[in-house]
Write a protein that binds this ligand. Structure first.
Ligand SMILES: Nc1nc2c(ncn2[C@@H]2O[C@H](COP(=O)(O)OP(=O)(O)OP(=O)(O)O)[C@@H](O)[C@H]2O)c(=O)[nH]1
Ligand SMILES: [Mg+2]
Length: 309
């Protein structure tokens, strides 16, 4: 058997969480068209006869503003440190961004083997070659710097393996999974076989609510919104969940509520439906919108939300 830890990294919105859910065949990490959807590190376990892959889904690297953004970037960068292998996800349908560049520079200078998923291959992908060229240029430049003694980095970083994937259609995902199994050390399972994720239940519920909410919010508003599960009562027959939706300013409260609170009711309905499927129970979900002035800058609130260590 082969078993190992794989850190999934890349810039925001490339499909890291979508790809993870596809590999697992289960939804453990929320997905949305909004950049910076994932805010925590989410550990998920994929067990097969051939071994176990333990994934860490991470926030996408982005130009950070404020304490939350910086914490997310830091979390993502550090996740690469303890991994047996890195899965760098790129969006082949878009040209390389500075953040892709940044990851390549970082990964090409370290010794952890890297697999690269050129994701969104179901879309036109005229930029796939540009990414390959970018990697070889960066790796070459790194090797030259090391030769001139300007860097302590070792130039013998193994070349990455490239696989075209589509988290949407599933194409390339089986191949990717096989290559990841081949690419981690021989060894027994690291976690119990029936464990899918150790992400705390209250945080997972908050994320489902946030995902439903993101579908309605535009521009910068998603980045000003957080969800905190205040109470979770797990009865035998049904669960009751009380959750607060935090916004930064009182002007944002009405936007979240929508006309006559209709939007929030819709969010509640969709979240309840998904949570009932997830936990196979009847769920009563109570949602409140609360103004928490500048919560994105408040360390204690970030900690309460599980966004800070
Ligand atoms: N067409 C297409 N869309 C995809 C694919 N993978 C992901 N998406 C879409 O891309 C968007 C971002 O997906 P996520 O999985 O949330 O991306 P992420 O990299 O986890 O993003 P962050 O958590 O913000 O860093 C969503 O709208 C997905 O539906 C794919 O293979 N093809
Ligand atoms: Mg994500």
């Amino acid at each position: 058997m082969n078993s190992g830890m794989i850190s999934i990294v890349g810039r925001a919105n490339v499909g890291k969480s979508s790809l993870l859910n596809r590999i697992l065949g289960e939804k453990v990490s929320i997905v949305s068209p909004v950049a910076q959807t994932t805010r925590n590190m989410i550990r998920a376990v994929h067990t097969e006869e051939r071994g176990q892959l333990v994934f860490l889904d991470t926030p996408g690297i982005h130009k950070a503003e404020g304490q939350l953004g910086k914490l997310m970037n830091k979390m993502a960068r550090r996740s690469a440190d303890g991994a047996d292998r890195i899965l760098l996800v790129l969006d082949a349908s878009a040209r390389p961004w500075d953040e892709d560049h940044g990851w390549m520079r970082r990964l090409s200078r370290q010794q952890i083997p890297t697999t690269i998923a050129l994701n969104k291959s179901d879309l036109a992908n005229p930029h796939a070659e540009a990414y390959r060229k970018l990697w070889s240029d960066i790796a070459e430049a790194g090797a030259e710097t090391a030769e001139h003694g300007e860097s302590a980095g070792d130039s013998t970083c193994p070349p990455p393996e490239w696989i075209a994937t589509s988290a949407q259609s599933g194409s390339g995902v089986d191949l990717l999974t096989s290559r990841l199994f081949e690419g981690v050390p021989e060894g027994p399972h690291l976690f119990p076989e029936d464990l899918l994720t150790d992400f705390p239940r209250k945080l997972a519920i908050a994320d489902v609510i946030r995902e439903k909410l993101f579908a309605y919010l535009k521009d910068e508003l998603p980045h000003s919104v957080a969800v905190h599960v205040d109470k979770l009562i797990e009865g035998d027959e049904q669960w009751t969940i009380d959750a607060d939706i935090y916004v930064n300013r009182s002007s944002q409260k009405g936007i979240v509520l929508g006309a006559k609170g209709r939007q929030l009711r819709e969010v509640n309905r969709k979240a309840t439906q998904e949570l009932e499927e997830m936990f196979e129970r009847k769920i009563t979900l109570n949602l409140w919108v609360t103004v928490q002035k500048d919560w994105t800058k408040n360390f204690w609130i970030l900690k309460k939300l599980g966004y800070a260590p």
